[in-house]
Design a protein around this ligand. Sequence first.
Ligand code: URP
Ligand code: ZN
Ligand code: ZN
Length: 463
Amino acid sequence: MRTLIKGGTVLSSTGSSVADVLVDGETIAAVAAPGVFADDAADQVLDATGKYVLPGGIDAHTHMEMPFGGSFSNDTFATGTTAAAWGGTTTIIDFAVQAKGTSLLSTLDKWHEKADGNCAIDYGFHMIVSDVNDTSLKEMDACLDGGISSFKMFMAYPGVFYSTDGEILRAMQKARGNGSTIMMHAENGIAIDQLAAQAVAAGRTDPVEHSLTRPPELEGEATSRAITLAKVTGSPLYIVHLSAAQALAAVAEARDAGQNVFAETCPQYLYLSIEDMAKPNFEGAKYVASPPLREKSHQADLWRGLRTNDLSVVSTDHCPFCFKDQKELGRGDFRAIPNGIPGVEHRMDLLHQGVVAGEISLERWVETCSTTPARMFGLYPRKGVIAAGADADVVIYDPKAKQTLSAETHHMNVDYSAYEGWEIAGKVDTVLSRGSVVVSPSGFSGSTTHGKFLPRGLNQYLG
Ligand code: URP
Ligand code: ZN
Ligand code: ZN
């Protein structure tokens, strides 16, 4: 099957030009000046005139069916990857979660069981290491052989995912040895748990307390500590879901000093704030995630970080819990609200608003949402670029279309939208995943058995 995508403005991380894209089977065969290919060179022709043609989005941070606090995030791999496709994301990297007392390899098997044959788009896994011991450290090598080249650790959630500095140091030494990347949830969970217990004891139980008891200084402190441990061990470090100016300053300082430190932020930190968490009638619970939403003043710093590349990736941290039944668990005690915000469907759209507002360029949109995640997590040039030989994961995006975000119309399996009623400039028109049209103006035409597991290589930013 050959598809010709004609007349669109083809975007990359370095520029844009009007060009035609010829897809042959699952890969891109050629990108050429308009008119080089005759229409009869293809079995189908997609007219992209007036639209952008960009590499499919790569969301490097999602949680489908994730166990958390006695509940599971509500998107399955099937529903979550379908929603991702609707929004122009053609690859996700989800987190396999090692429970304490279990092995990394059995965890990996479990996540393959959940995802294999159940995804609409291609997918990979990171591994969450929550039990550092001789066996799990050894298993990090075996994970690499299985295509898992990044390991997330937590400085938050004592008693659940939390690792001590000593445990983090040991895992970093292993990463330094085998070339993998340590991803860090950088919040000082020991101090946070004290503040949270004090708030509840004083009768302060509303959702907004989740943010007030996780001050940005404790994200900045943990980020600095993680950077120091990475420096001592020589391990590359990737800070996930960075939300606070203090943490960004620590990342920028380390990068200026030449350390292999990278960071991502998420749309919720660019657009939402602690004011959302203070909404009445427990509505604030919809916005409970960790790190928490901050004062609006942090947002300008985050946009600047995206421009300067101190923040090099935008991921969603998609972790959907329904307002009714799931978020409800924390009525009367904010500590029991399942942590997470849905977002996998709208990352490309929300970051396109940053282009419209002049915060980032078109090139930076593509770079932070597709090309850099591909390079960071060992998928480039198969993913993250429109070029001959790459997988034909292609989005035709109409910048002139308008849409309104709403739980009524989204495809994520969750009963609310964190962006309910927001008017967005731009909309996905057509999405190809490995050469197959999976979304078009007539709707979803993909299948939840189409997505393939992506064994990943090492971080391509390391020397
Ligand atoms: O609140 C969040 N972020 N939930 C998902 C788990 C994590 O820490 O990424
Ligand atoms: Zn986290
Ligand atoms: Zn997460």
